[in-house]
Design a protein around this ligand. Structure first.
Ligand code: BG6
Length: 520
């Protein structure tokens, strides 16, 4: 397929705002669960990227909290994480100063008696550095500690202090079904007001995800055709080549539907399907997202597929099947692949199917949204095209590549030159993020951390949104739990998932798009 490149001119880039107007007030970021992978691999590099960009206040301070007695080792370990995962030079002149502002406090999360000490320590640091009373509590622990931490912060008067702004960021998973999500929301709202709560979904930190809104609402030509009159169907794929990366006990309880579909994929769906909000502020955007999710009728179990990988070849390497992974039940019924077909019953989308899938150990790493348009009413060149080199005329396809190869491509038919007949072949107009804007080492957490520090909830989930999504998926999870899957494993690692997933689309006369990634 022929590809036409599009890029921005270098002179345009000098106009990009530096974000200097968005510097949060001084405060302390307190990370609970700081000895875990997330802090070292994602949060610390992201915070340092913000520091490099001059987006953190000078005396911004980070306190890691976890059970183990770590002391000074902690800051050294974070330094190493920043260099390794943040694509940062060890000699970066800002690194020493930044790491010097990281400290550690050992605490058992469910031991209420330890929180007075934490409070005193934070007050001491604040006084010493002249920071004031702003605190951002980041909950990056195992989910069973979310409630005790929140309760203890409340009991110690740290959630609603007399002075200063206090916020809490809660990592996923936010509950494991509707009841547990409701219960957690209840526990959170007993201590914090909703405007203090930041439920994070790291997908919303990805530039390409935010760009969906820009693509749709900052351009005049797409929105008029963005509806059931012109769109045949949409597919959202979140395919990973990775397996479960040693997270057996977590994944056994989660599975692909809970881990990725119910949150990340549904967030993507809301961005491609929502109505234009009246402004880009948290309430307006979140209201429109919730409206999309609410318009989805219950998903029949018949419109769902689950799969589990067996051994196979991924990127030329032999890999074990899921049941042979460390700390996984050798007869596990946990799905590592999930697909659903759903509809959105509103004026814009009635009758348009949305096919969603997510899987581990798939053939290729690719998160993509493809929007297939309807064919024109009369295919003038149908016969000539069929006899030509590319065969039947293919419908227009708009592909939003979330990762990797971030970009957007539009496929359309072009006349094949020099043929006397009107032979038609598909070509691609391709916008490539890296070619246009250069390589970025951002991991998505930069934007979300900065927004949380600034108190901007636009890219965070509201309690209603979380509960609606659990309401949609809990019946499926319950139905799956009742009936053991007949044949697991049912796909080879390194394939495009189980065969039964193809039937989900074949029934409708459609097929999954498996030529994902950038063309040409
Ligand atoms: C996490 C899931 O939320 O998202 C992981 O728990 C998954 O299982 C990951 O691998 C995917 O995120 P990304 O940004 O690597 O696509």
């Amino acid at each position: 397929m022929t590809t036409i490149q599009m890029s921005v001119r270098p002179e345009d880039l000098s106009q990009v705002p530096t974000g200097a107007e968005r510097i949060p007030e001084a405060g302390i970021l307190v990370i609970f669960g700081a000895s875990g992978d997330l802090t070292k691999r994602k949060l610390m590099p992201a915070l340092f990227h913000l520091e490099q960009a001059g987006l953190l206040p000078g005396n911004f301070t980070i306190v890691g909290v976890a059970r183990r007695p770590l002391g000074g080792e902690f800051a050294a370990d974070m330094r190493q994480g920043i260099v390794e995962f943040g694509d940062v030079k060890a000699s970066d002149p800002k690194l020493d100063n930044f790491v010097g502002r990281i400290s550690y406090y050992a605490l058992k999360f469910d031991d209420a008696s330890g929180y007075a000490g934490l409070k005193a320590e934070l007050d001491r640091i604040a006084k010493e550095k002249g920071i004031g009373a702003n605190r951002l509590f980041y909950l990056a622990t195992a989910p069973e500690y979310f409630a005790p931490i929140i309760e203890n912060l409340g009991a110690e008067g740290m959630a609603q202090p007399e002075q200063g702004k206090v916020e809490v960021v809660i990592e996923k998973p936010f509950g494991h079904d509707l009841d547990s999500a409701r219960e957690l929301n209840r526990q959170v709202s007993a201590v914090f007001r909703e405007d203090q709560v930041f439920r994070i979904d790291h997908y919303l930190g990805k530039e390409t995800v935010q760009n969906i809104l820009v693509f749709r609402f900052a351009n005049g030509i797409f929105e008029p055709v963005w509806n059931r009159n012109y769109i045949d169907h949409m597919q959202i794929t979140a395919a990973e080549t990775l397996g479960i990366e040693g997270r057996g006990p977590f994944y056994e309880k989660a599975g692909a539907l809970r881990d990725v579909v119910q949150n990340h994929v549904m967030e993507l769906l809301s961005f491609v399907a929502m109505e234009p909000p009246s402004s880009f502020d948290a309430d307006a955007v979140r209201r429109e997202k919730v409206k999309v999710w609410r318009a989805i009728p219950p998903i029949p179990v018949l419109n769902t597929v689950r799969g589990q990988y067996g051994p196979g070849l991924v990127d030329g390497q032999r890999v074990a099947g899921y049941r042979d992974e460390e700390r996984v039940n050798p007869e596990s019924g946990t799905e590592t692949y999930a697909a659903v077909r759903l509809e959105i019953e509103n004026w814009r989308w009635a009758g348009v199917p949305f096919y969603l899938r997510a899987g581990k150990r798939m053939k290729k790493r690719a998160t993509e949204i493809s929007i297939q348009f309807k064919q024109p009413p009369l295919l003038l060149f149908k016969r000539m095209a069929a006899a030509g080199p590319c065969g039947e005329i293919q419908p227009n396809l708009l592909t939003i590549r979330i990762q990797p190869d971030e970009g957007i491509a539009l496929r359309f038919g072009a006349k094949v030159p020099t043929t006397p007949e009107m032979a038609v072949c598909p070509v691609n107009m391709d916008f490539d993020y890296e070619a246009a804007f250069g390589k970025s080492s951002a991991n998505g957490y930069e934007r979300l951390l900065l927004d949380a520090l600034l108190g901007d909830q636009t890219l965070f989930s509201h309690r209603d949104g979380v509960e609606i999504n659990w309401a949609l998926y809990t019946p499926i999870l319950q139905a799956w739990a009742k009936k053991e899957p007949e044949v697991f494993p049912n796909y080879f690692a390194g394939s495009w998932g189980p065969e039964c997933s193809d039937h989900l689309l074949e029934r409708d006369g459609r097929a999954w798009r498996n030529d994902l990634g950038r063309k040409g």
